[in-house]
Write a protein that binds this ligand. Structure first.
Ligand code: HAM
Length: 386
């Protein structure tokens, strides 16, 4: 189709770098993916919520040195308010829980599917906007909550035909690091910055990590202790290092025992090196990864019992995960598990001559009322052969 327009110069037709259009074929895939997110959440009895795409910037400007803060799409709105496009959903969720206050019946089991914005360096599966499926449980202090979340993630993988040969979930607990810091009498304020720094161990050389830790006044014997804790392979080694008091080992053992109950133990592996890069996690942390190690993390989450109090509320037990829409599609392509998404109609209605057009509209209307998907041929001059 051509239209004679004004003499304006041709605009750039690509979407802004790192963002996507969703033409019909991609939109069908997205809808399929989201339907699976929704269906798993429904089977776990979670309720859907959503939040604004634009939030107050202060919701995100935590001071622990997280990458996500430097990646904010932030600006001043016309009223002079400092706002940001949401880079994740968890702060909004915490804000809403705080706003609704005690009127709510805990635990809350909420899920959301929303677009998030981060000014990232682009790599495979990492872009500047992505959709995230989140499931969060607010008000349950025990690892029974984490177990539910992990079971939901596994159910999602299984629905898509992914097995534990393709994907694993690494699980650890930040209380391990907390115990190490306490052993060396390092201030509690340093806990989040230490976690954020050591999360970069697989991206940065060890000496860079060490000097970053030194910069925030972590003494060198504590640095050794921290880095050693991250290499431990078994619960026994962990217990030998930090003792039983911290609760970390007990929580991990209990979580793995529950996983057996759910029948998801093959998917989980203890990996002390998983810390995660967000400041607010306080306990269990986990990350889904592809076993061929070709892709970035598929999903990630953990326990964040103190996030609400950093916003001025009371400490409230909470845990959840975020699961992006980009890496999973890469994985499905790799594994040849991505279904075809044709545009499907039940009936085509076509007036064979102009005089029948009004009747054809009536036939289409009737069929549609009965629930059939009808393509009514509305363009002129279509031949029957078509
Ligand atoms: P996150 O690890 O930053 O956690 O992100 C969760 C997931 O979102 C990642 O594993 C990945 O699938 C996807 N994701 C993140 N950034 C990008 C990107 N630039 N491009 C494509 N996909 C991306 C959080 O956001 C936490 N708020 C999750 C959470 C919820 N924790 C507790 N509740």
């Amino acid at each position: 189709m051509s239209t004679k327009g004004s003499m304006g110069s041709q605009i750039v037709t690509d979407p802004p770098k790192g963002t996507r259009d969703f033409p019909p074929e991609d939109m069908r895939m997205r809808t399929w993916l989201f339907n699976n997110f929704r269906e798993v959440s429904r089977l776990f009895s979670f309720e859907e919520v959503d939040f604004p795409m634009v939030e107050s910037e202060e919701l995100y400007t935590r001071k622990a040195g997280e990458e996500i803060v430097g990646q904010l799409y932030n600006f001043e709105d016309k009223g002079g308010r400092k706002v940001a496009l949401r880079p994740e959903l968890t702060p909004s969720l915490a804000r809403l829980v705080l706003q609704k206050g005690k009127a709510q019946v805990f635990p809350l089991k909420w899920f959301a599917i929303g677009q998030c914005w981060r000014y990232e360096n682009m790599t495979r599966g990492r872009r500047r906007e992505h959709y995230q499926w989140n499931m969060d449980i607010i008000g349950v202090p025990g690892v029974e909550a984490e177990a539910e979340l992990l079971a939901a993630i596994v159910m999602f993988f299984e629905r898509l035909g992914i097995t534990s040969k393709d994907v694993g979930i690494k699980v650890s607990n930040r209380k391990v690091l907390q115990a190490v810091l306490e052993k060396y009498e390092i201030q509690a304020d340093n806990f989040a910055p230490v976690c954020v720094i050591v999360d970069k161990l697989d991206k940065l050389p060890r000496d860079v990590i060490e000097s970053e830790l030194a910069k925030i006044n972590v003494p060198s014997e504590a640095i050794d202790g921290i880095l050693k804790a991250l290499t431990l392979q078994s619960f026994d080694d962990l217990e030998a290092l930090i003792g039983a008091e911290s609760g970390a080992v007990g929580e991990l053992k209990q979580l793995f025992a529950l996983a057996e109950g759910y029948g998801i133990q093959d998917w989980l592996q203890f990996d002390a090196s998983v810390v995660r890069g967000l400041a607010y996690y306080t306990g269990t942390v986990f990350e889904g990864f592809d076993k061929d190690r070709k892709l970035r993390a598929i999903c990630g989450g953990g326990r964040y019992d103190r996030l609400l109090s950093t916003y001025g509320g009371l400490d409230t037990p909470a845990c959840g995960f975020g699961f992006g829409d980009a890496v999973i599609v890469e994985l499905l392509k790799e594994k040849k598990l991505l279904p075809k998404f044709p545009h499907v109609v039940d009936d085509v209605v076509m007036a064979l001559e102009d005089s029948l057009k009004i009747k054809a509209a009536g036939v289409a209307a009737q069929l549609r009322k009965s629930g059939r998907v009808v393509e009514l041929v509305i363009e002129k001059g279509k031949k029957m052969r078509w």
